[in-house]
Design a protein around this ligand. Structure first.
Ligand code: DQA
Length: 147
């Protein structure tokens, strides 16, 4: 099964960005971890990061066309991008939204994600482990599951 692990703006700076909030794992270590976990689970994992909203939307369209599963950390776009949400709403495969930090314990403007209502499920506050858990969920999910 193909799984796209898609990351939004500033996540390419993991490892040096606000390490007290996001931890010391670098983006490249995170990408390697997702590839390794995917290989262990027999998933075909593709990991990407972008700071350009149109690029993420294009990747979501491609995932929708393929019927692929998606693990998405929309980063700051979570809180205001209706365009990203609308692209997520077109997905035919499961969507797991991941946040490294606990967005509910942070500034008020981070408490709401416009993506969550169209996600299959949400993992937040578990650090980069959230990505591993999302991949495990997708690997063990029945292929005809609707929720
Ligand atoms: C984040 C939380 C967002 O509020 C923030 O804008 C990010 C990362 C997280 O992974 O905790 O860039 O999505």
């Amino acid at each position: 099964m193909r799984v796209y692990v898609l990351n939004g703006p500033n996540l390419g700076r993991l490892g040096s960005r606000q390490v007290d909030v996001y931890g010391v794992t670098s983006y490249s270590d995170l990408a390697d971890m997702c590839a390794d976990v995917g290989a262990e689970l027999g998933l075909d994992v593709v990991v990407r990061q972008t700071d350009a909203e149109h690029e993420l939307i294009g990747w979501l369209h491609a995932a929708a066309d393929e019927g692929a599963a998606v693990v998405l950390n929309p980063a700051a776009w979570s809180h205001y991008s209706i365009a990203v949400r609308d692209a997520c709403a077109m997905l035919r495969g499961p969507l797991v939204e991941v946040h490294i930090s606990n967005i509910h314990a942070r500034e008020e403007f981070r408490h709401h994600s416009v993506v969550s209502a169209v996600a299959t499920g949400v993992i937040c506050g578990l650090g980069v482990d959230g990505y591993r858990l999302a991949l495990h969920h997708l690997a063990s999910r029945p292929s005809d599951a609707t929720a």
